[in-house]
Write a protein that binds this ligand. Structure first.
Ligand code: PRX
Length: 669
């Protein structure tokens, strides 16, 4: 395969740090299931707009193995609760595994697992299929049935993928909780889903450390509220002893002993909930995003082919954890559904050294690499200070496509990624999407879309994205506004678990009219090419190292420390490496602390947030006597944001109830 990404104009790469440079891509794409030219891309976009029913119906017939064929494509009668292919039946696990059995793919490596300590395990499609069948039978034998919700609180590994696939095989609905979340966050999710079982591991291994997962599960259940849990299944990652609750806890080995390896996948309706995944929004409570089986499956298959141009011999590596949507779509489902060989990694990019990612790309001959800008930025910093971990020390010539996800990538990081990892030969797909969209929605197609660093370029076929003002009027290119999607598409969120009202209010606000799906991001299109550039969130959602966190969520945890805190307001502060960091303005009971007291209390509060949500939510803390408020008592977050960003302090404070507070805070910064 020939591949070359040429740069327009003959300038040195350093002079490309202006955002509107265009990188003309030219790799030869695979012919199978792919889009092979801009002409084909435009034709597909046109077809999707003109004949959406035919477009989606054709793709769903071509890409999904149905147990009962659908006769209807889209049901809009109860919008925005759309239903897709709703009289069809299928099983998603069968579409990821069974369909490869009896083909050449069954002998192919499905997953290469590299452990934290560097140990490598490989599993073929056939062996993975047997493992999933056995695990599904074990779940059935333990009484788990269709529609039951199962929480998966596990580190990434072959076992966690098996657990997810096994749930789907028997029609159970999984809800994966990121293993970095605290017992409190886990407890909330157990309660909200009414889960009957938890699948976990005794420990998680990361960066040479052992983290006790089972202990956290016990803590969450013992908090007293989780009455629905009757089974805790424990994968013994190490020999480390774990405390057993008799009658409730079992090890993987125990439930798998003597289990039959034949398990017919259950046929479910196209709209059967595939999983629930919690994500932060602008309310204090995380939202359980519910995805449907067929629509989601279709989209992960299409995007694997269109955006990653998956070919027979590719080694695909998405570095995301299964606790996030990226790990669902581009680790557990997408790669298996298209029969790819993928690498998964248990550890962290800086252990035992900050060249680990590059070393792994060389060792496993990775050809498609997909990671978050925050990881790239932190590795740039390492490489710049330590010669021995610079990527030039490794042979990265197997790479042909690079991807980023989760947050905007700044042009400097883009250029470094392009130059040192892609050797100026690999297109970078800056994929924009979110938990609710199921898969990529705005992204370049490698080898087809001319690239502009920092821009996610153009919507995929079938995604009718536009930018509107607050009343839903479409805005011209060059004018920033709210990003919306005009028409439904199969992989979109179906509802918020047990909260259809919030679903409607949050994603289809009445004031926009026309049933626009509101993403919560602001964006602008370039005047020349109509390329999209994501400019930030329009709600109170933060993006810290690519992790989505709600300011309200963090505030609720802070004010729940009632012995110390009276009030708190959380805003973000831009950060060179992590994109954003969290800044909390806190009003304490009593008077302002001294410097020394302040340090101790701030540590206590950070620890409290870590236990209430996760260490990723730890804020830096600024104590104040009061928060700046409007006369109607609303916190003036605009001012706090400016303060945290150290922006111009010439603010309009005429509507402030307590302007003296602002002056005090300005002084503080
Ligand atoms: O704000 C956008 C940002 O991440 C949000 C979605 O977060 P989450 O649901 O956790 O899913 C992350 C993985 C898809 C979006 O609303 N975001 C995601 N990708 C990009 C991005 N912002 C800019 N550019 C991106 N490529």
């Amino acid at each position: 395969m020939t591949r070359k990404l040429s740069i327009k104009q003959s300038q040195s790469i350093e002079s490309f740090l202006v955002e509107d440079r265009v990188f003309e891509p030219c790799i030869t794409r695979s012919k199978v299931g792919s889009i092979n030219s801009m002409v084909e891309y435009k034709a597909l976009c046109h077809e999707a707009l003109q004949n959406p029913d035919e477009f989606w119906s054709r793709l769903a017939r071509e890409n999904i193995v149905w147990t009962k064929h659908f006769t209807h494509v889209l049901d809009e009668s109860n919008a925005p609760f759309y239903r897709w292919f709703y009289d069809g039946e299928l099983n998603v696990s069968a579409n990821c595994l069974d369909k490869h059995i009896g083909t050449v793919t069954e002998k192919k490596i499905a997953i290469i697992f590299e452990a934290d300590d560097g140990n490598v395990t490989e599993i073929t499609y056939y062996d993975l299929f047997i493992r999933v069948c056995k695990f599904a039978n074990a779940l059935k034998a333990e009484g788990i049935k269709k529609n039951d919700c199962v929480i998966i609180y596990m580190p990434i590994g072959i076992e966690s993928i098996v657990a997810m696939q096994a749930c789907v095989r028997i029609g159970a609905i999984h809800s994966v909780v990121f293993a970095g979340f605290s017992s409190k966050a886990l407890e909330e999710r157990i309660i909200d889903t009414d889960a009957v079982a938890i699948i976990t591991a005794n420990v998680q291994l990361r960066g040479g450390r052992e983290l006790p997962l089972k202990l956290i599960v016990d803590e969450a259940i013992n908090n007293g509220q989780c009455k629905t849990i009757t089974l805790v299944l424990v994968y013994e990652r190490t020999r480390k002893h774990w405390k057993r609750v008799i009658g409730r806890d079992k090890s993987f080995l125990e439930v798998l002993e003597g289990v039959n390896s034949a398990c017919v996948p259950i046929s479910v309706n196209a709209e059967h909930p595939l999983f629930i995944l919690y994500t932060s929004g602008s309310t204090g409570k995380p939202k359980g995003v519910q995805h449907a089986s067929a629509g989601y499956l279709l989209w992960v298959i299409l995007t694997m082919n269109w955006v990653f141009d998956l070919c027979l011999n590719d080694i695909f590596w998405c570095t995301a954890d299964i606790g996030w949507i990226t790990g669902h779509s581009y680790v557990t489902y997408g790669p298996l559904a298209v029969g790819a060989t993928q690498l998964i990694f248990e550890g962290i990019p800086t252990f035992p050294h900050a060249g680990r990612f590059w070393e792994m790309i060389e060792r496993h001959k990775v050809s498609i690499f997909y990671t978050a800008p925050t990881a790239i930025r932190s590795l740039i910093k390492e490489a710049e200070t330590k010669e021995e971990v610079h990527p030039k020390n490794w042979n990265l010539s197997t790479l042909r496509i690079l991807g980023t996800v989760g947050e905007p990538i700044n042009p400097e990081a883009w250029i470094w990624y392009y130059r040192y990892i892609g050797r100026e030969s690999c297109p970078i797909v800056d994929t924009f999407w979110q938990t609710e969209t199921g898969g990529h929605i705005i992204t370049p197609l490698p080898g087809i879309t001319p690239l502009v660093p920092g821009s996610c370029t153009l919507p995929l076929p079938g995604i009718d994205a536009l930018i509107v003002d607050e009343f839903g009027n479409e805005l011209q290119n060059g004018i920033g506004g709210m990003l919306v999607i005009r028409r439904p598409w199969p992989a979109m969120i179906r509802t918020i678990w047990k909260d259809s009202e919030t679903f409607k209010k949050c994603y289809f606000p009445e004031k926009l009219g026309n049933n626009f799906y509101l993403l919560g991001d602001s964006a602008v299109r370039s005047s020349d090419r109509g390329y999209f550039r994501i400019t930030g969130r329009i709600d109170d959602v933060l993006n810290v190292s690519g992790h989505r966190l709600g300011t309200m969520e963090i505030e609720s945890v802070l004010v729940s420390k009632t012995d110390l805190v009276v009030e708190a307001a959380v805003v973000s502060r831009p950060d060179d490496i992590r994109g954003e960091t969290i800044c909390a303005f806190v009003v304490l009971k009593g008077s302002l602390p001294t410097l020394e007291e302040g340090k101790v209390i701030a540590d206590e509060l950070r620890d409290w947030v870590s236990k209430g949500i996760s260490p990723i939510a730890k804020p830096s803390i600024c104590f104040c006597e009061n928060l700046p408020k409007t006369r109607s008592g609303k916190i003036m977050r605009r001012l706090l944001r400016s303060l945290a960003k150290r922006e111009s302090l010439m603010q309009d404070i005429t509507t402030l109830e307590n302007p003296m507070i602002f002056n005090a805070l300005v002084h503080f910064f």
